[in-house]
Design a protein around this ligand. Structure first.
Ligand code: NAI
Length: 429
């Protein structure tokens, strides 16, 4: 049982916040926000730019608003500029390409996503695929459905004792490492960063070494300029003919034409692919892929993170980040603002103190300007923290208990009036 946290908007200084949740984000998000006194409105579909502007304008009150989306709704510059109350954007998924991140940062709007919530689901899918490929389950199952009794041990293998090569030992790669060792596999991995190997796993500085030794190669890298088609004809040629390739990371990491060629030439035993360079926009659009029709290839429609558990966890993760940002300005996990997570000082916790939050242009002298305003107001600050990211800075100033609401508001107005200030607000602690 979690301790009931402070709610957003207790103080008369801070009006109640509203959230607009779109695209059927999991109900766990509504519950998490409602628990912290954020009023939730839900529209269970994606919205166009003009529909979104109108829906945000219709939210009641004059307090801050946050919007929760998945991949269909785009939060553009026009949406951000038309909604001065907009304070936060929750991407209830991993990608944030659908959001104008630079405009959001320049407007002091925090963007949060869910990088961890589907980690376990992806790792479990890969474990299933390892065994399916090793036991030729696709072909065996199809034969049984078609009335054929294809009982044979030829070509079927245990995964125990086999070498799993993991490329990208981040959240998913390292979870997979633990699961695979529990199945008796030997894990070696390659990552561009030195990583603590879990269990008996071993890091290799050399991608080619992993490709050459592994019975299964599983890819868990992000989509970057360095990972685009990092597995092509050259890399596939390094793999053993009896090995399998699994890609549940990003579609552009593998050259699918080159993969088809080695499978046709029987220079690779099989593959499992969950992600593609071009994916259909919706379930009614056709899906076309070079690997269709091959018995030794498992094709899945980008379902690595598609479990009830992952969706519920995403709801909690993003809603939690949004209310923490509303409540005290904390930006841990924020993708476009400096990450700052200063808890209220112990003396102020649970008491009606307040925090001044200021997003400003990151230019020389900005901090001294803000501090001059505070000094001239004769306010003795209880705590202060600063974070910067590129052209933007984020400042927390915890104000003393003795300060009246009127004095806090006056101070906030004076800081907001500085030509370097982007967004300034007060929150109750
Ligand atoms: P992560 O950021 O925790 O780990 C990625 C790892 O790859 C890091 O350790 C990084 O240092 C390493 N890396 C980066 N460039 C590399 C390179 N050129 N060579 C070797 N290693 C490199 O990411 P996480 O959460 O583990 O996700 C991994 C991938 O899985 C991402 O592409 C993500 O989009 C994808 N994903 C797919 C899902 C699905 O539904 N199939 C669901 C969730 C994530």
């Amino acid at each position: 049982m979690f301790e009931r946290a402070r709610t957003v908007g207790h103080s008369p200084l801070v009006p109640r916040a509203h959230a607009l949740l779109l695209e059927k984000v999991h109900r766990s998000a509504d519950e998490e926000l409602a628990r912290h006194d954020v009023a939730v409105r839900r529209i269970d579909k994606g919205l166009s730019e003009s529909e979104l502007i109108a829906a945000l304008a219709e939210l009641p009150g004059d307090g801050p608003v946050v919007v929760g989306i998945r991949s269909k709704t785009r939060v553009t510059r026009a949406v951000i500029e038309a909604t001065p109350r907009l304070l936060g954007i929750g991407a209830f998924c991993i990608g944030t390409d659908q959001i104008d991140l630079a405009c959001a940062r320049g407007s002091g709007v925090g963007v949060f996503n869910a990088p961890f919530s589907s980690t376990r689901s992806v790792a479990e899918l890969v474990m299933a695929e390892l065994i399916m490929l090793a036991r030729q389950l696709q072909a065996r199952s199809r034969a049984a459905h078609e009335g054929r009794w294809a009982k044979t041990a030829v070509g079927s293998r245990e995964v125990r004792g086999k070498v799993l090569g993991i490329i990208g030992y981040g959240h998913i790669g390292s979870q997979l490492s633990v699961l695979a060792e529990a199945f008796g596999m030997q894990v070696m991995f390659h990552d561009i960063v030195a990583k603590l190997p879990l269990g008996n796993a071993r890091q290799s500085a050399d991608l080619d070494e992993v490709l050459a030794h592994a019975d299964f190669v599983s890819l868990h890298v992000p989509d970057t300029g360095f990972t685009r088609e990092m597995i092509g004809a050259r890399e596939l040629a390094k793999m053993k003919p009896e090995a399998f390739l699994i890609n549940a990371s990003r579609g552009k990491v593998v050259d699918l034409g080159a993969l088809r060629a080695v499978l046709d030439a029987r220079k690779l035993a099989g593959a499992a692919v969950d992600v593609y360079p071009q994916e259909p926009a919706g379930e009614n659009d056709p899906f076309v892929c070079e690997l269709q029709g091959l018995d030794n290839v498992i094709l899945t429609p980008h379902i690595g993170g598609s479990t009830e558990e992952a969706q519920a966890a995403i709801g909690l993760e993003v809603a939690g980040a949004l209310w923490r940002f509303l409540e005290s300005g904390r930006t841990t996990g924020c993708v476009n603002l400096p990450q700052l997570d200063m808890p209220p000082p112990p003396g102020l916790r649970g008491k009606p103190g307040c925090r001044l939050l200021n997003v400003h242009r990151n230019v020389p002298g900005v901090l001294s300007k803000i501090n001059r305003v505070i000094a001239e107001s004769n306010v003795n600050i209880a705590g202060q923290a600063l974070g910067t990211l590129d052209d933007v800075g984020l400042l927390f100033v915890d104000l003393p208990l003795a300060l009246t609401d009127a004095a806090a508001t006056q101070l906030s107005t004076a800081v907001a009036a500085l030509d370097t200030s982007v967004r300034t607000r007060l929150v109750a602690l």
